[in-house]
Design a protein around this ligand. Structure first.
Ligand code: ADP
Length: 235
């Protein structure tokens, strides 16, 4: 579960008197939800994500993620919290001199998974993103869309309770954006909560579902919209 209660974030160094990046934000996302977060530049989206990964603590209010109270979490518990969240970035952040297989296996080694587990898990997640045949190649030999699929496989490999995708379609062919969301939806169906930040209105309109719209640091809209995808199915 993800919960923000009466959260304010004030940056002290943002010009005269600082900047109120978030103001009285209240959000609750239950386990298993898929949520799009939208909003103009400067609306507070990155600040929200930084709260959810505990890069930042709120000036006021409380943040809970996967059962951890992030305002109070002890330093020694941070690694356990971090391995409950999978991250996907706009710029993929793959390790260039490792193969696709190694990129995924690496995150599992970091969290001390057994070799046996890694040998089963890596092919499973690569298969899920339909990249089993690319296991031995380096990221530079892949298209942007394929690199992002590796990043999705890597995020899911650790079996996180929550996946946060920060503009995951920002650097790929727009035609592939839909495929990327479909993959995240498949992962979501396995029970992982997904929060995806995007500025692509077409995508959001197409898929619908729960949309949180941030505007000037506040939640301007938090509700479900019907997607065009649903309309297609009804025809
Ligand atoms: P978004 O991701 O929606 O573009 P941000 O969360 O990055 O929005 O920014 C929200 C507001 O906080 C903006 O006014 C931005 O200029 C300000 N801001 C972001 N990070 C900092 C920082 N480290 N120091 C000061 N101000 C910041």
């Amino acid at each position: 579960m993800v919960e923000l209660k009466n959260v304010d974030v004030h940056y002290k160094d943002g010009g005269k008197g600082g900047v109120d990046a978030l103001h009285n934000v209240n959000i609750r996302i239950n386990d298993g939800e898929f949520v799009f977060v939208v909003g103009n530049s400067g609306a507070g989206k990155s600040t929200l994500l930084k709260l959810l990964t505990r890069e930042l603590t709120p000036t006021n209010g409380r943040v809970f993620v996967n059962g951890y109270n992030l305002s109070k979490i002890k330093k020694r518990k941070l690694p356990y919290f971090r391995r409950s969240v999978g991250m996907i970035f706009q710029d993929f952040r793959l390790i260039p001199d490792m193969t696709v297989y190694e990129n995924v296996a690496f995150v599992l080694r970091v969290i001390d998974k057994s070799n046996k587990y890694i040998r089963q898990r890596v092919p499973y997640v690569l298969n899920l993103v339909r990249l089993a045949d690319k296991a031995k190649v380096k990221p530079t030999q892949l298209s942007g869309g394929e690199q992002q699929r590796v990043a999705i496989a890597r995020a899911f490999a650790i079996d996180p309770g929550l996946i946060i995708a920060d503009e995951p379609t920002g650097n790929i062919d727009p035609a592939l954006s839909y495929e990327m969301v479909e993959l995240l939806k498949d992962i979501n169906k396995c029970g992982t909560t997904v929060i995806m930040v995007t500025h692509e209105h077409d995508l959001v309109q197409y898929f619908g579902g729960r949309i949180i719209n941030l505007s000037s640091g506040s939640v301007a809209f938090d509700d479900y919209i019907e997607g065009e995808e649903d309309e297609d199915e009804g025809e």
